[in-house]
Design a protein around this ligand. Structure first.
Ligand code: FPP
Length: 251
């Protein structure tokens, strides 16, 4: 990130998606294609992330959610897990002050339990420092899995019913939504996955019910403002009907 503030356009243009979520895929293949270690792909992935945060603010996106470590990523070799944890530590230590200066609000979704205590502290520090910021919201999905998130919500709802605070007959779509990790945020309008893979891989399964999905061939380390704009252009050509008949574009 540079010194300049990440601008947050006033009300976004009608066609600009308010909330964009990104599956940052292809770091390993980017590295393999260049004969480099996978770790180098992840490091370049962090640079792509910085570019993307800046571009999102400039374009007028209000919320950007990034899939930075999935609940399933624990099955990777220990050295790669250490590398990804190290990148998160460095990202927060190096970039948090500047994100704060740029008026970015950081939110975290995913399971905090089981993380190294210092990582838990860094995530909390990022949220607390930036809590009052009013610019771009950056949602970091870390140790995140959508089925796990929905199961956590179901468990907490069941606890409320057991305590008599809620009746089972009153459990609605809204109730479930209210127990998810970031209940106040709108659903993503657009979900982008890089690297040519065409699946959600346990990302935002509840929130993606009506999201437009755009799959780009670009490997994540090559992602830049032009790629983000290409995805938005594709989104703008979609007709969002939300199950109804009336055509509606944008959010
Ligand atoms: C997918 O590439 C990417 C990840 C598993 C992690 C994404 C992480 C970053 C972009 C950097 C870390 C950022 C933070 C804030 C911690 P892959 O390894 O699955 O690529 P492949 O499918 O080509 O092997």
């Amino acid at each position: 990130m540079s010194e300049a503030e990440v601008p947050q356009a006033a009300p976004p243009a009608f066609e600009v998606p308010r909330h964009v979520a990104i599956i940052m895929d292809g770091n390993g293949r980017w590295a393999a294609a260049r004969g480099l270690p996978r770790a180098e792909g992840h490091r370049r992935g962090v640079e792509a992330l910085r570019r993307t945060i800046r571009a999102a603010g400039e374009i007028g996106i209000q919320i950007i959610t990034i899939f930075s470590f999935s609940a399933e990523n624990w099955s990777r070799p220990p050295t790669e897990i250490r590398e990804l944890m190290g990148l998160l530590r460095r990202f927060i230590r190096n970039d948090l002050a500047e994100l704060h200066r740029s008026n970015v609000r950081v939110r975290i979704i995913g399971e905090r339990e089981g993380l190294d205590p210092d990582i838990g502290r860094l995530l909390t520090e990022a949220e607390e420092l930036t809590r009052a910021n009013s610019g771009l919201t950056l949602v970091v999905a870390f140790n995140y899995g959508a089925r796990q998130e929905i199961a956590r919500a179901a468990r907490r709802i069941a606890e409320q019913v057991e305590r008599g605070a809620l009746k089972s007959a009153d459990v609605t779509i809204e109730t479930v939504g209210a127990f998810l990790d970031a209940p106040d945020l709108p659903d993503p309008d657009l979900i982008i996955r890089t690297s040519g893979e065409q699946r959600l891989s346990n990302f935002l399964l509840w929130q993606s019910a009506y999201s437009e999905l755009v799959f780009l061939p670009t490997y994540w380390p090559d992602f830049d403002r032009a790629a983000l704009e290409a995805a938005i252009r594709e989104y703008q050509q979609r007709e969002r009907r939300f199950g109804g008949l009336v055509a509606k574009t944008g959010s």
